[in-house]
Structures are given as C-alpha cells and as structure tokens.
Design a protein around this ligand. Structure first.
Ligand SMILES: NC(=O)c1ccc[n+]([C@@H]2O[C@H](COP(=O)([O-])OP(=O)(O)OC[C@H]3O[C@@H](n4cnc5c(N)ncnc54)[C@H](O)[C@@H]3O)[C@@H](O)[C@H]2O)c1
Length: 262
C-alpha cells in the first residue's frame, strides 16, 4: 500500500520520545500510513536517527531535540510542524520515564522530575496541540497499566500516569466541540529499551516475567504503534476520552491469590 492511501494520508503528526521504543515504532507506522512527522526526543542523536530512518523509507520527518518538561520544547515541535508541513493534525504525548523507587525513598527531586516529564509533558503537549488545531485533530496520550493498578516501586510514575488518564478525559470533554479527539493508550509490558532493566531484574528473568502474562509474552512496540495510528486516524472518529488498554490480558484478570502465579 502506498502512503498516499494510508489512514493518515495528508496529515502531519508530532511524536514525543520518538527516538526509542514505542515512540520510534509509532513514527514508522504513522509514516507508512502517509503522515509527515515531527519526531521529538531529549536525545538529539536518537531523534535524528528516527527521522533519517523515515526519510530512507521515503517518508518525511523533522527531528527536534528537547525536554518535554520544558514548554519551549512543545512550542518548537508545533512550530516545526506548521512551518514544514503547513498543518498539524495529530500529536502523540509519548515521552516519559519510570524512575522507580519505594515511596519513602522517593525524594522531592525524583518525585518532581517524574511529574514534570510524565504528567507535565503530557499537559504541555495537549495545551500546545489543541491551540494549534483550531479546525480539529487527534491527540493520543500514552498512559500505562501502572496508572490503572498499583505496582510496588512505581508510586511516582503510577500517580503521574493516573494523572495522564484524568487529563485525557478532561481534554476530550473540553475540546470535543472544537473537533479535537483526545484518547489514551495504556500499554502493559512492552519489549522496549525502557522496560529491559525491569524485566531482567525479575525472578526468573524474562521467561519468569512472561509466564505471568495471560498472552505469555511481552507486547511489541509495533503493536502499540498500530493502535496509536488507528486512534489518530478518522477510523476512530467517534472514539473520544477513551482509555484503551493493550496489555495481553493482564488488567482483565482478577487479582486474587492463586497457588500458581501464572
Ligand atoms: N515499555 C513499556 O513496557 C511501557 C509500559 C507502559 C507504558 N509505557 C509508556 O510508553 C511510553 C514509551 O515508553 P518506551 O518503553 O518506548 O520508552 P523508551 O525508554 O524506550 O523510550 C522513551 C524515549 O523518550 C525519550 N525521553 C525520555 N525523557 C524525555 C524527556 N524528558 N523529553 C523528551 N524525550 C524524553 C527517551 O530519550 C527515549 O528515546 C512512555 O510514556 C512509557 O511510560 C511503556
């Protein structure tokens, strides 16, 4: 299929944290589906690498380096999109980091950094995107299963991701009449560099971790990317304020004690 016939043909999409994992896969899928892209990342080299990969595959992508905790980064992302492509139809607030530690061991600085990047960055991205979409558009925020249920060591991250879910619903309700849809994806464990350390430290390593997932495997970044592209597209035209859980069945399972943890 040619990108001209893709579900995002003619659109221009900003993706934060596009230098790795889910963000990078999302950039590739959105380009395949016909969108021009602005790919943001804290790491300039990673953003450039993603953009170069898309250009080699025949797509259009502009890399922008910056920290999503800084509102100037969002201004630069929106300006680049409008200047390069003359439109801004989609925005994916994906950049985040988990920064896990027990609650009493989480100092003020660590707490504030997680909130500033994971929740603050999503707020800043929504504010900038909505202002740049007077005729409507679509935003996808990346939440997490950790925003729906508790995981020891993830109190700061889980609180921020729960905030992403609430922010998504508020933005959807406030701007639906403007034609802006705002949804969030809540991934379960996805096989990305961001998750590698977490899985490796698990008793039994990766195999032990995967044995406890109903689908018996980690999710793939491409699986999240396909879902994000769908939510950005007109195929999802009546989906607004939704929390789409993509976790191989983890959240559906009753968390009651069981003799066999699988
Ligand atoms: N991988 C998982 O299992 C999983 C599960 C649930 C939710 N998520 C969420 O999915 C999103 C992507 O996760 P991933 O696993 O692909 O991560 P990753 O670590 O592989 O990639 C994240 C990218 O974001 C960039 N980034 C980090 N902080 C940034 C900042 N302050 N400003 C700009 N860019 C920044 C990093 O440089 C990196 O390129 C995150 O929101 C994460 O919380 C991931």
């Amino acid at each position: 299929m040619s990108p001209a016939a893709g579900i995002l043909a003619g659109g221009a999409v900003v993706i934060t944290g596009a230098g790795s994992g889910i963000g990078q896969a999302t950039a590739r899928v959105c380009a395949r589906e016909g969108a021009a892209l602005v790919v943001g990342d804290l790491d300039a080299a990673r953003a450039a690498e993603t953009a170069q990969g898309i250009a080699r595959a025949g797509g259009r992508a502009v890399p922008i380096a910056g920290d999503v905790a800084d509102s100037a980064t969002h201004a630069a992302l929106a300006e680049a999109c409008l200047a390069e492509f003359g439109t801004l139809s989609g925005w994916v607030n994906n950049a985040a980091f988990a920064g896990g530690s027990a609650l009493v061991d989480t100092d003020d600085e660590a707490w504030q950094r997680v909130q500033a990047v994971t929740l603050g960055g999503t707020f800043q991205g929504c504010r900038r995107a909505i202002a740049a979409m007077p005729g409507g558009g679509a935003i996808v925020n990346i939440a997490s299963g950790a925003g729906l249920g508790a995981e020891p060591g993830l109190s700061a991250y889980g609180a921020a991701k729960a905030g992403v879910i609430a922010l998504t619903r508020s933005a959807a309700v406030e701007y639906a009449a403007q034609g802006v849809r705002v949804n969030c994806l809540a991934p379960g464990p996805i096989d990305t560099p961001g998750l590698a350390g977490w899985v490796d430290a698990f008793p039994g390593g990766r195999a032990g971790f995967e044995a406890q997932i109903p689908q018996r495997r980690l999710g793939r970044p491409e699986e999240m990317a396909e879902t994000i592209a769908f939510l950005l597209s007109s195929r999802a035209s009546y989906i607004n304020g939704a929390v789409l859980v993509a976790d191989g069945g983890i959240h559906a399972r009753l968390a009651s004690p069981r003799p066999d943890p699988s």
